[in-house]
Design a protein around this ligand. Structure first.
Ligand SMILES: [Cu+2]
Length: 322
């Protein structure tokens, strides 16, 4: 840390200034002692004026440094003092500094289920691609808004633990990136979950310009172009936000949704409409399901260690549109 040289300069400056002041005060007779005191006080103010802003900062920093060091030491002891505890404890340790603290005391409970679609599945409209994008697709492209599987379940439903995790529970951030591609003038995947701080690797597999415009409300929005095939950028989200819409300003039919949460208990339904949230600690949870067209639906479930609770959702009905 470069505080020491600054502090040294400060001390030297003060010593020089005091020395010069003392030269003047030495010639004042003792009979004028009260007057000397006033002058000494004035001189001290002058010394402070002489010091640069940087030097004064260094002085103030030096005053604060011992307290800051003590605070840091106490914090490190508090964070590092848990090595005697069992890693299977259910995260009862309170850690407000926990973004990166790996108190990942995962449990053995699970919540799983299926998202069904009631009613007649709507037919997705064909996307009117421009010529450049048509040339990239051998087959017609259809909207992905409501994708109903043959078994009557619904795709692209983001399911996650909304409430119920113990206070102070935190998780290590996954190093593995979520890959988000632009291919054939469509986003892939259309809906995905990602953890706060987890890398989002954005690719452009198309030989043309796309634009990534994240319409965040809680996170910092981002918006940039990716003009070439093979372009790659990485972003991350800093706070939970369900959901973040992503769109391409060049191709208005391109859209996707990200569910950003601060834990690993999230899932997106696929070709069989199922989801599974595993390694939960025992507890009572609010499980929320989100769909682009049908919005939110939530249920409460209690699950014990080693058990799997079932929660099913149902969306659909006459409101379906393409
Ligand atoms: Cu685009």
């Amino acid at each position: 840390m470069n505080v020491t040289p600054s502090a040294s300069i400060t001390q030297q400056s003060r010593a020089v200034a005091r020395s010069r002041a003392a030269d003047w005060f030495g010639i004042i007779p003792l009979s004028l002692f009260p007057f000397r005191t006033i002058l000494l006080f004035s001189a001290r103010k002058e010394i402070v004026k002489v010091l640069s802003r940087q030097q004064r900062f260094a002085m103030q920093f030096n005053r604060v440094l011992p307290y800051a060091a003590s605070l840091l030491l106490v914090t490190l002891m508090a964070c590092g003092g848990g090595d005697s505890g069992s890693s299977t404890d259910s995260g009862s340790e309170s850690s407000s500094a926990g973004q990166t603290a790996a108190t990942t005391a995962l449990g053995t409970a699970s919540v799983s289920g299926t998202v069904t679609y009631s009613g007649t599945a709507p037919e997705m409209s064909r996307v009117r691609l421009d010529k450049e994008c048509r040339d990239l697709n051998a087959e017609p492209v259809h909207a992905q808004t409501v994708l109903v599987n043959e078994n009557g379940t619904l795709q692209n439903v983001f399911v996650y633990v909304k409430e119920g995790l113990p206070d102070g529970y935190s998780f290590s951030t996954p190093g593995e990136a979520v890959v988000f591609d632009q291919s054939g003038c469509m986003y892939e995947p259309h809906v995905f979950g990602i953890q706060v701080g987890q890398p989002l690797k954005i690719l452009n597999s198309d030989p043309l310009l796309h634009n990534i415009h994240a319409l965040c409300e809680k996170n910092r929005p981002f918006n940039f172009g990716m003009p070439k095939q093979g372009d790659e950028r990485t972003r991350e989200f800093r706070v939970p936000e369900v959901m973040v819409k992503i769109k391409c300003d060049v191709h208005p039919w391109m859209s996707a949704y990200a569910g950003v949460v601060d834990h690993p208990f999230h899932s997106v339904t696929g070709g069989d409409g199922s989801f599974s949230l595993s390694s939960l600690p025992a507890g009572t949870y609010t499980i929320e399901a989100w769909h682009e067209e049908y919005g939110m639906s939530a249920q409460t479930v209690t699950v014990a260690d080693g058990e799997t609770a079932t929660v099913d959702f149902d969306f659909g009905g006459a409101a379906a549109t393409s």
